[in-house]
Design a protein. Structure first.
Length: 256
């Protein structure tokens, strides 16, 4: 048994046990009108704050041994109209991920949220925002401003937002719109695209796919061009254009 225990200790020691450290910081903006949030490895969650300060709660994680977690800090810096939130990591490859939970006061809009490896969730805030990740999903609800969302590997789901464009390479794109006040561009390479609009929406639409189907559901529309892979037409009196595009997957425009 002692030999087996030794083998197991070596095996699990090689794999590493996750260690975590909780951090927090806050700053009341002086001149800033928008907040920018970035991390490299870790998810980001952005929601409204109760007070006047930007507050950040973070969880740093690593499976490597050492005291590197103790060197992780949270930077909240104000430069003119932008307040930036990001973790400060020790130099070198320490295998550290830092997830961020950010609360934004009503006085600030959200301008940019970005991570490389992790999901993004943004709810009930204002601002013309760009949400970007490489590996992870992007979700947003009730963002009051023009919204752009992009991921390489993951889904994009945006609800009750003024979406300008939503893109994924490997994942579905689902938009649920409360109105169509400007052009909307929803695209994926591998996955489906679904755009939900009110029954009384006034818009043009251009839906296309290379391998899949295109369709409208539960909407009264005027079709101008129709084929197996493309559908073009109008809803109501026409208006801004909804573009839905998939290389491999279905594209559907439907009522919400």
């Amino acid at each position: 048994m002692s030999g087996l225990a030794s083998i197991l200790r070596r095996a699990f020691g090689a794999l590493g046990t996750e260690r975590t450290r909780e951090l927090s910081a806050a700053r009341t903006p002086e001149t800033a009108t928008a907040v920018r949030v970035e991390t490299t490895n870790g998810g980001i969650d952005v929601e409204p704050a109760d007070g006047d300060a930007v507050t950040v709660s973070a969880t740093a994680r690593t499976t490597k041994s050492g005291d590197d977690l103790d060197a992780v800090e949270l930077d909240i810096e104000e430069d003119g109209e932008t307040l930036s939130v990001a973790p400060a990591l020790p130099e070198g490859d320490h295998g550290i991920s830092v997830s961020l939970d950010v609360r934004v006061p009503e006085s600030l809009g959200v301008s940019h949220v970005e991570t490389e490896n992790g999901g993004i969730e943004v709810r009930n805030v204002a601002g013309d925002a760009r949400l970007v990740t490489a590996n992870g999903g992007v979700e947003a609800e009730r963002v009051d401003g023009a919204l752009s969302a992009e991921t390489t590997n993951g889904r994009v789901e945006l609800t009750d937002c003024r979406v300008t464009d939503a893109r994924s390479t490997n994942g579905r794109v689902v938009l649920t719109l409360d109105d169509v006040t400007g052009d909307v561009d929803a695209r994926t390479t591998n996955g489906s695209v679904t755009v939900r609009v009110p029954d009384d929406a006034n818009a043009r639409f251009d839906l296309s796919t290379d391998l899949g189907s295109v369709d409208t559901e539960n909407l009264t529309c005027h079709v101008e061009t129709q084929s197996r892979t493309r559908l073009v037409g109008e809803l109501g009196d026409g208006g801004p254009t909804i573009t839905g595009r998939a290389n491999t997957g279905s594209v559907t425009l439907t009522s919400r």
